[in-house]
Design a protein around this ligand. Structure first.
Ligand code: MG
Length: 326
């Protein structure tokens, strides 16, 4: 069935849409009350984040907009050391969207929420004129353990820089799909709770953490460097990237350092904990290809020692990059 403006009326068509598509997928005691606001348990330091997802296409190798809408928000909570608990999901649906697609998206969102350990406690649907696009906004709430304080301004001289796996996969997968290029590259879209919680439980001295999304690792590291008033030195040879993504980037003239992921993080860790943290990430889900790729320096900006023995300054991404990647 196609969505029409009647599905946005607030009347019977709206409640049918909600019941048929969204409520079944996300049923839980809080949401099922269908009240104007969810009342949930919680105390202490609360982390809150919000993100909107406008990716095109809605379905791609390795994921879809529903999985992405959970992962993006949950991962942002995790980067502050928060344990994700609750999520909201607001859909803006254009006239002409297909209800089967919406059902697939809602089910994928529910499955990813289960994997990430969050429950969907509030939701909204709106219908607008348009051409069948779907947009999702998610807000996430998490709880920060008592003695955890991870922030971008805490990188310290000598800290190790770890990335949790191969760079550029989400970017390359979306671009391949849009350009009709056949390959085996899949989006890495994934919730990173297991590796983060394993590090926190093991008492790793985590100074800063960021998920590597739009703008790529180059942008993330420049942001960390300016927040902490430090520099980074990286070794190109240590940066994990699959041969297929590397080849794809070379052919299209893309810089791996500016390609987005959706299931990778950069962690800045006290040097004495670096090897232990690396081992924990490697043994956690989605972390098998993790590597220590550099360290924090007293300089400014981000400098990479290239494979050929030179040095290259890595800037943040300028310009638009790849539009509608998340
Ligand atoms: Mg982030």
């Amino acid at each position: 069935m196609k969505i029409t403006m009647a599905h946005g009326s607030g009347g019977r068509a709206t409640s049918q849409l909600i019941n048929d598509v969204f409520k079944n997928a996300n049923s839980n005691p809080v949401l099922d009350m269908m009240e104007d606001a969810a009342v949930v348990a919680g105390s202490g330091r609360i982390a809150v984040t919000t993100d909107s997802f406008v990716i095109t296409p809605l379905f791609f190798k390795g994921g879809d907009i529903g999985r992405l809408a959970v992962c993006g928000t949950v991962n942002d909570l995790l980067m502050r050391g928060a344990i994700p608990k609750y999520i909201t999901s607001a859909y803006i649906i254009e006239e002409g969207a297909d209800t089967d697609d919406l059902r697939r998206i809602a089910e994928s969102m529910a499955e990813t929420a289960r994997e990430a350990g969050v429950i969907v406690v509030a939701g909204d649907t709106k219908v607008t004129e348009g051409s069948g696009n779907v947009y999702i906004n998610t807000t996430g709430v998490g709880f920060v353990p008592e003695d955890t304080d991870i922030k971008s301004s805490d990188c310290k001289l000598g800290d190790a820089l770890i990335v949790s796996g191969d760079l550029g996969e989400h970017h390359a997968a979306i671009m391949s799909r849009r350009m009709g290029i056949e390959n085996n590259i899949k989006s890495d879209c994934a919730p990173l709770g297991e590796m983060v919680m394993n590090m926190i439980d093991a008492g790793i001295e985590l100074h800063a953490m960021r998920d590597i999304t739009r703008g790529g690792l180059g942008t993330v590291l420049n942001e960390l460097a300016s927040a902490s008033g430090c520099g980074f030195e990286l070794n190109e040879a240590d940066i994990p990237v699959t041969p297929e993504v590397e080849g794809f980037a070379r052919i299209l003239g893309l810089n791996i350092m500016h390609m987005g992921n959706e299931g990778k993080l950069a962690a800045v860790v006290a040097e004495r904990d670096a090897e232990r943290a690396l081992g924990i990430i490697k043994n956690s889900r989605y972390g098998a290809a993790a590597a220590i790729i550099g360290r924090v320096t007293g300089g400014e900006g981000v400098v990479m020692n290239t494979r050929l023995g030179g040095k290259r300054v890595i800037t943040e991404l300028f310009g638009e990059g790849l539009p509608r990647i998340c």
